[in-house]
Design a protein around this ligand. Structure first.
Ligand code: NAP
Length: 248
């Protein structure tokens, strides 16, 4: 039997990168997948690529109302869910002296508030024995140049997740943190690094990783599958999937 047969899963930011690779793997393991993102056309293409009846829901995770509407829709369609992956995130590299108020607020609205109110809205729908995966970042614990605001916005997630693991214990809902190091996804084009400088940036990142290369979204998806389906006694952990970069 497939490891997620009959399970309903919701993955925010599931139209791209790590989220899309996770959605594909979950669907191939028998899950009903619901993905979210802000770009309808990209969502439609991703849902088609994922197959298995994947559903795309368009909206901004920074919006409290989006989470309420998503939860209401999912309740109506499926009654409940089994796995929630709070994965959507943004990053713009900048040193602290030039960060604007708007840029700061955007990072915390998407990366932090978006995760908190997403879990608040969807948690009542998670069936007993289900689980939540929160995507953080190596930057939350390792100092990397120009990552200060992003790092701060992600650092809160580990605290949220540990508290939720206790808050939801009576329903046997596990809550874990998936922590990627640098991974080859579309996010690399959104860092604020110019096209000309990007190859050098990527080569530098790879040189900092003991594995000698950046990660692939599929490698993060395998780790998410472990947390979602196989790691049934794993709760409240931070799983670093970073090629050993945290050690270097
Ligand atoms: P990606 O390919 O850029 O995917 C980001 C996803 O988040 C997209 O689906 C995007 O969809 C969605 N998203 C962004 N802002 C949103 C918003 N306001 N509302 C709803 N959806 C939003 O990046 P990725 O690398 O897969 O990143 C996935 C997660 O991993 C993020 O939380 C990121 O911080 C984390 N991470 C990535 C790396 C890395 O090196 N790739 C390293 C550490 C941590 P739309 O644009 O359509 O909204």
């Amino acid at each position: 039997m497939k490891s997620l047969e009959g399970k309903v899963t919701v993955i925010t930011g599931g139209n791209s990168g790590i989220g899309k690779a996770t959605a594909k793997l979950f669907a191939s393991e028998g899950a009903q997948v619901i993905i979210t993102g802000r770009r309808q056309d990209v969502l439609d293409r991703a849902a088609e690529e994922i197959g298995s009846g994947a559903i795309g829901v368009c909206g901004d995770v920074a919006s409290y109302d989006f989470h309420q509407k998503l939860a209401a829709d999912v309740r109506q369609w499926f009654g409940g869910i089994d796995v929630y992956v709070a994965n959507a995130g943004i990053i713009n590299l900048e040193t602290s002296d030039t960060v604007t108020e708007a840029e700061y607020d955007k990072h915390f609205a998407v990366n932090t508030r978006g995760v908190f109110f997403g879990v608040q809205a969807i948690a009542p729908l998670i069936r007993n024995g289900g689980n939540i995966i929160v995507t953080s970042s190596l930057a939350a614990t390792k100092v990397l140049p120009q990552h200060t605001v992003y790092a701060g916005s992600k650092a809160a997630l580990a605290a949220f997740a540990r508290n939720w693991a206790i808050e939801f214990k009576d329903r046997r809902i596990r809550v874990n943190i998936l922590t990627p190091g640098p991974v080859q996804t579309e996010i690399l084009g959104k860092l604020g690094v110019s096209d000309a400088d990007l190859p050098g940036f990527e080569a530098h990142m790879a040189s900092l990783i003991p594995a000698g290369r950046m990660g692939r979204p599929e490698e993060l998806a395998e780790a998410a599958l472990f947390l979602a389906a196989k790691g049934t006694f794993v709760n409240g952990v931070e799983l670093m999937v970073d090629g050993g970069m945290s050690l270097a």
